[in-house]
Design a protein around this ligand. Structure first.
Ligand code: AMP
Length: 405
């Protein structure tokens, strides 16, 4: 299937070609014709599936065809400022051949430039809920001409406690509008939000439930907790190709790991909620440009990190929520590329890993790195009776590990 067959205007097809996209992703194939037809959508789609273009291209087409003069006509609510910036950049990139303006509104930076953008009438506003409410309370926002609402990463918005804010925003919007909701998982809470946002309108559900992107190789290294950082340093010292994004559960853990890696001669950087916005922006820019290639992040700080060259995602801590695993590893193997998801698994995390394997429907072999054998040898969790994944070669070859039977 081609972008041409989806019903997009020539200006948007040109922008898509400028981006170098050869063909639409599955979510784009499903969503774009429905969105162009003005349908309300509930999309189960995680980051990395091309969901931003799936809603942005139809919005741009609708707004480009509208009347002249700028007014807020499409609102996109997102959970984090990083994602807001990312979505704004997508609006600009996909909208470069049409006369549609866009602005982002999020916390942690001054109100004034955002106020000016809102008063001037940006066609598309990408906003985090808290800051948008601030502007609404100050009378900076006019929703009278709003036509489209997108709730992006709705599950994350709820996780971050934005439900009351989102409800207040919904109450201020015109009833007659197109609504699209995207979420990596459609939990009962997301479902309830969707029902409220769609307010009885018929909607179309698209996308599948969370499964890791194809092209990701999952490698599980069994190791004692206190040895994790040593194993990681050894793997990183072998200079794996491309960029590495490492997840820790806590901000403190992220800082401690960065300090350790630097002592081992690996120039790592941390990004999490305790860092100033300017620092986060600088770190992300360095990572995006390739000037920094090892980034340690917490899950929340990593929202919206959209970097194409990530070759390896490392789970330094195994996430408690199996969906988070899928989300994390979705940062690698973007848009058809290949990537590696490395999990450092200590004995206290076996059960968590079992939950993850149940969710993704695969059991991954446990690897052991010589010199870092865990005190409790890993069992192969065959009792699950699931298909074992293909044995992973790259990390073993790189660090001289061997598979443990
Ligand atoms: P998203 O899921 O919206 O965060 O997009 C993930 C990444 O895929 C972004 O870097 C996009 O630039 C890229 N992308 C989106 N659509 C396509 C496509 N049709 N072909 C190739 N890459 C794409």
């Amino acid at each position: 299937m081609s972008f041409q067959s989806l019903g997009l205007a020539p200006e948007l097809l040109r922008a898509v070609a400028d981006e170098g996209y050869a063909r639409p992703t599955p979510i784009q194939q499903e969503a774009i014709p429905l969105a162009l037809a003005g349908r309300d959508l509930i999309g189960s789609a995680q980051t990395g599936t091309g969901k931003t273009a799936a809603f942005m291209l139809p919005i741009l087409q609708r707004l480009a065809g509208g009347d002249r003069g700028h007014a807020l006509r499409a609102l996109i609510l997102v959970p984090t400022r990083e994602l807001a910036e990312q979505v704004l950049q997508s609006a600009r990139a996909y909208g470069r051949h049409v006369r549609v303006t866009a602005a982002a509104v999020y916390g942690g930076v001054g109100m004034e430039p955002q106020t000016r953008a809102l008063k001037h009438g940006a066609d598309i506003v990408v906003a985090t809920p808290g800051r948008l409410l601030d502007h609404m309370e100050r009378g900076h926002v006019d929703f009278s001409r709003l036509e489209v609402l997108v709730l992006d990463e709705a599950d994350r918005m709820l996780d971050m406690g934005f439900a009351p804010d989102v409800r207040r925003i919904l109450a201020a919007l015109p009833d007659k509008r197109q609504t699209m909701l995207f979420s990596a998982t459609i939990s009962p809470e997301v479902d309830a939000l969707a029902r409220r946002a769609l307010d009885g309108h018929a909607s179309v559900e698209i996308g599948r439930r969370a499964t890791p992107a194809e092209g990701v190789e999952h490698v599980i290294v069994a190791v004692d907790k206190l040895q994790k950082r040593g194993v990681l340093a050894k793997i990183l010292q072998a200079k794996p190709a491309g960029q590495t994004l490492i997840f820790t559960r806590t901000k403190y853990g992220a800082d401690k790991l960065v300090t350790f890696l630097r002592r081992e001669g690996i120039p790592a950087h941390a990004i999490h909620g305790d860092k100033a916005q300017s620092h986060r922006t600088r770190t992300l820019d360095a990572f995006r440009s390739g000037a920094a290639d090892v980034l340690v992040a917490t899950d929340i700080a990593a929202r919206g990190i959209d970097v194409d060259g990530i070759r390896m995602v490392v789970n330094f801590d195994v996430p408690h929520d199996p969906e988070v695993y899928v989300h994390r590893v979705g940062r690698t193997a973007r848009a058809g590329a290949r990537g590696l998801a490395l999990t450092l698994l200590s004995p206290d995390e076996w059960l968590l890993m079992g939950d993850i394997e149940k969710l993704v429907g695969q059991v991954f072999p446990r690897e052991v790195i010589p010199g870092f054998e865990p005190s409790v040898p890993p069992l192969q969790p065959r009792a699950l009776k699931l298909e074992p994944a293909r044995p992973a070669r790259s990390v073993r070859a790189r660090v001289g590990g061997r598979r443990r039977r």
